[in-house]
Design a protein around this ligand. Structure first.
Ligand code: GSH
Length: 368
């Protein structure tokens, strides 16, 4: 049986858990305790991230996207990658948006709102010391959660950016609420890879943390219902498929526009800085987690954050898919994206990335 190593409090564990449940793949969930980190995660992956999937033939995979792609290969029924090019592009884009951008409101609401923060500390404690007293767990949780709470400035989440991130999230909730009033999932009656990208932040943090959960249920009840469909293993609405004729609902357009307005400029600047970084470090194969700083904008607000090249590995998937489209398929995209958005998607990536042994590396011509 597959083993999913992770934690209830973890964003990307939530993404993979929902996927496994949707596909009907039987799995056992193993809590990522310090012992599991020491005995399995670190020796077998070389990194300290969750989730980790251990397959029945003892392959060990870290990274939610790689886990899903591995499983899609073996469980091809009801693929989460739509066959229609417009739907597939939208699905890939919204995975990047959920995974790499909605982590901002997720982290802000978790660590800046006291009720959520207290809950998260207890949850970190329950993961680190299952079975210990509440007091011991709290102390352990405080220590374990320190690096996560401390990561906010690196993501550009500061007192200065707080109001703008909240405003953006509330508007997104409103947009998603309209969409999910008409559709069970992003692209119809079954979840696509974009649903799994969104569910990480929108479940593990923004639904499950108590104050955020109240906010979601009150302001955007249809989004809360979608979360419940995503996390419920035997929801009857899992029977349908994607909308016919490669249709992308109009209600998704404001969300795609939001991604292009907010996140895509960061991705393009990341690509520019990564090019400079590789020119300055021509022999370096491994790409560090962060390579510098950039300024990002939300409405009138500007703030600094670190530059994370991993974001581009995700963007490269959508970018390459667009690049491979020809003729009519490419023309169809103009019904969803405007010229500036298509231009951003078509902008060449001068540094190509790959993941090998759970490390981000340059992808060179020789494939090495
Ligand atoms: N892109 C990775 C991200 C994994 C990740 O950042 N996981 C978090 C928990 S949700 C973690 O382990 N963080 C540890 C750290 O940042 O040091 C994935 O999709 O699996």
């Amino acid at each position: 049986m597959h083993k999913l190593i992770g934690a209830p409090v973890s964003l990307y564990t939530g993404k993979v858990r929902c996927y496994l449940q949707f596909k009907g793949i039987s799995f056992e969930e193993v809590l990522s305790t310090p012992q599991i980190f020491k005995e399995l995660i670190i020796p077998r992956t070389g990194v300290r991230y969750i989730p980790v999937l251990v397959t029945p033939d003892d392959q060990v995979i870290q990274d939610s996207t790689e886990i899903i792609d591995h499983l899609e290969h073996h469980f091809s029924n009801r693929s989460v990658y739509p066959a229609g090019p417009c739907q597939r592009l939208v699905a890939l884009l919204l995975e990047v948006y959920g995974d790499e951008w909605l982590v901002n409101p997720a982290m802000l609401y978790r660590w800046k709102i006291e009720e959520n923060r207290e809950f998260a500390i207890q949850e970190f404690g329950r993961t680190r010391l299952p079975g210990a007293s509440a007091e011991e767990q709290y102390a352990a949780g405080l220590e374990a959660s320190g690096p996560f709470a401390g990561a906010l400035p690196r993501l550009g989440i500061t007192d200065h950016s707080r109001a703008a991130i909240e405003q953006s999230y509330l508007s997104l909730l409103d947009e998603l609420n309209i969409h999910f009033s008409d559709h069970d999932y992003l692209l119809g009656d079954q979840p696509c890879i974009g649903d799994f990208g969104l569910i990480g932040p929108l479940y593990a943090h923004l639904y499950r943390d108590p104050a955020s959960g109240c906010l979601m249920r009150e302001r955007a009840p249809q989004v809360a219902c979608w979360v419940e469909r995503m996390i419920s293993p035997d929801a009857s609405s899992h029977d349908g498929g994607f909308l016919p004729n490669d249709q992308v609902p109009e209600t998704l357009l404001p969300i795609i526009n939001r991604m292009f307005d907010e996140q895509v400029p960061v991705l393009l600047e990341t690509a520019r800085q990564l090019k400079e970084w590789t020119e300055a470090n021509p022999d370096a194969e491994d790409i560090p987690r962060a390579i510098g700083t950039l300024r990002y904008r939300l409405g009138d607000m500007e703030e600094e954050r670190l530059v994370f090249p991993y974001n581009l590995w995700m963007w490269q998937r959508a970018h390459d898919f667009y690049g491979e489209l020809t003729g009519d398929h490419r023309a169809g995209i103009t019904a969803i994206l405007n010229d500036a958005q298509i231009h951003a998607l078509a902008t060449p990536l001068s540094v190509r990335l790959q993941r090998r042994n759970n490390k981000l590396k340059r992808h060179t011509e020789s494939g090495q």
